[in-house]
Design a binder for this molecule. Structure first.
Ligand SMILES: Cc1cc2nc3c(=O)[nH]c(=O)nc-3n(C[C@H](O)[C@H](O)[C@H](O)COP(=O)(O)O)c2cc1C
Length: 179
């Protein structure tokens, strides 16, 4: 098979985001691949904007990336026990693009958060929304990086062996799915 394409989607826009760090580890665990980082810095979904101008260019670019890749990994923080607005906004926009671009796309969802549950509630909400979009969710042991501010070193590498092992299990299953 040619080199697979992997899209990484962070539910946090922050440059120093722990979810971005977790995505780097996820991409590493996936193995040799063309890795593309999604940019969720999109306008807020607004039906009037859509009616006046159609799908905004950055949303179309994201949808095109989704279409072009073999697999997706999403890492999301938890905001007030829920899915961050930027990620929900992106899913809402993408769902408006013709052709159900997320349908059947092999996808793994993980999370990193400051709290003790590692963003479990948000992760379930992300999975719930993706079900509606007919994503091919790859099941497996949950990767929930709790107390995320203590789990990565200065270079952004994840330290905890158990998290790394579980992440590897999930990412190798994703790779096997697209092989
Ligand atoms: C608005 C807001 C709400 C938050 N709510 C939660 C929460 O419900 N549970 C939790 O574990 N952490 C919560 N946090 C802390 C985040 O988990 C923490 O900021 C985390 O580092 C964000 O992910 P990032 O590093 O990828 O940006 C919240 C942070 C913000 C800014």
């Amino acid at each position: 098979m040619s080199t697979p394409k992997l899209l990484t989607i962070s539910g946090s826009l922050r440059k120093g985001s722990y979810n971005r760090m977790l995505l780097k580890e996820a991409a590493k665990a996936f193995g040799d691949a063309e890795v593309i980082e999604a940019d969720l810095d999109l306008p807020l979904y607004d039906g009037d904007l859509e009616a006046a101008e159609g799908i905004p260019a950055p949303v179309q670019a994201l949808a095109d990336q989704i279409k072009a890749v073999d697999a997706i990994v999403i890492s999301s923080p938890e905001y007030n026990k829920g899915i961050p607005g930027v990620l929900k906004n992106a899913l809402d926009w993408v769902s408006r693009v013709e052709g159900a671009v997320l349908k059947d796309k092999p996808t793994v969802v993980v999370s990193a958060a400051a709290g003790r549950t590692g963003g479990e509630t948000a992760q379930f909400m992300v999975l719930h929304c993706l079900t509606q979009l007919q994503v091919r969710l790859m099941p497996g042991p949950a990767v929930l990086v709790a107390g995320a501010m203590n789990e990565f070193d200065e270079s952004g590498a994840l330290q905890n062996e158990l998290y790394l092992k579980t992440l590897a299990t999930r990412m190798q299953a994703l790779r096997a799915e697209v092989a």
